[in-house]
Design a protein around this ligand. Structure first.
Ligand code: MF3
Ligand code: CO
Length: 260
């Protein structure tokens, strides 16, 4: 359906036309499919460097460009964050071991339109605490997506993440946020994982949001390792991360990175 509007930019957010949303759906579906294929390869003994190489090969096969590689100098195609690593973990030759949890964050550029999504997966059997952390993080993402509708405010999305996460005694990262996505990987608005209902910009049809709760088992405090990329929990406890790119339509949230 088409909708009337005066400007393509409202509150600094670039609104997308329906045909642009379809292009973003294509790139996000490719991201989702690649994440699914990678998830199946995750098991003890596999290295995150192997998963990175696979993500490059799968991108090449689908004629898309891995969006992270070279972005602000990022040296890999995939972000692989293990256990106490929060986000932007660098793929390495260290084999995964049973009990690890692994976040896979991946993005592509397809004909100038970006896709971006992330999942956290268990490596073999993991602790009950790790399972609860992953479940709370993923559920907070879906609670947030439920709030991503026209007429709501950005604070409704942020508050939904925080409420679900803190209900389980976990904490949301303050220093990294979700973002708008479109012809750039990162667009306005910034989407914190904490906030107050009713505050912030009004959500409108045509906005496309990459919502990405980053959740710590313990304190929300983080530090960046000397490699300049890897974000880790300050207390060494676990962290999980899930992300979807979501279009706001007149008929509610439309998850572009979801395989139906
Ligand atoms: N999903 C992450 C983000 O939106 C991935 C970016 S990794 C980078 O920030 F290497 F591209 F920076
Ligand atoms: Co993102």
């Amino acid at each position: 359906m088409h909708y009337y509007r005066k400007s393509r930019i409202i509150d600094m957010v670039i609104l997308k036309l329906p045909d642009e949303i379809e292009k973003l759906r294509t790139s996000n579906l490719i991201v989702a499919e690649i994440l699914c294929e990678l998830r199946e390869k995750v098991k003890p003994g596999v290295t995150t460097r192997e998963l990175d190489r696979m993500s490059e090969e799968l991108s090449h096969k689908r004629r898309v460009r891995p969006a992270f590689k070279g972005y602000r100098g990022y040296p890999f195609a995939l972000c692989t964050s293990v256990n106490g690593e929060v986000v932007h973990g660098l793929p390495s030759e260290r084999p995964l071991i049973s009990g690890d949890i692994l976040s896979l964050d991946f993005g592509v550029d397809y004909k100038g339109y970006f896709g971006d999504a992330a999942i956290t997966v268990p490596v073999g059997p993991v602790s009950v605490k790790a399972q609860r952390l992953m479940r709370a993080t993923e559920e907070s993402l879906y609670d947030a997506i439920h709030q991503a509708r026209a007429g709501n405010r950005l604070g409704d999305v942020s508050a939904a993440v925080q409420q679900r996460v803190e209900a389980d005694g976990f904490s949301v990262i303050r220093d990294f946020v979700g973002h708008g996505i479109g012809r750039s990987l990162h667009e306005e608005p910034q989407i914190p994982n904490y906030g107050v209902r009713g505050r912030g910009i009004e959500l409108r049809p045509g906005m496309v949001l990459a919502i990405e709760p980053m959740v710590n088992e313990g304190s929300y405090r983080i530090k960046v390792l000397p490699d300049g990329w890897t974000v880790v929990t300050e207390d060494g406890k676990l962290s999980a991360h899930f992300e979807h790119s979501v279009a706001i339509t007149e008929n509610g949230p439309d998850i572009l990175s979801l395989i139906q």
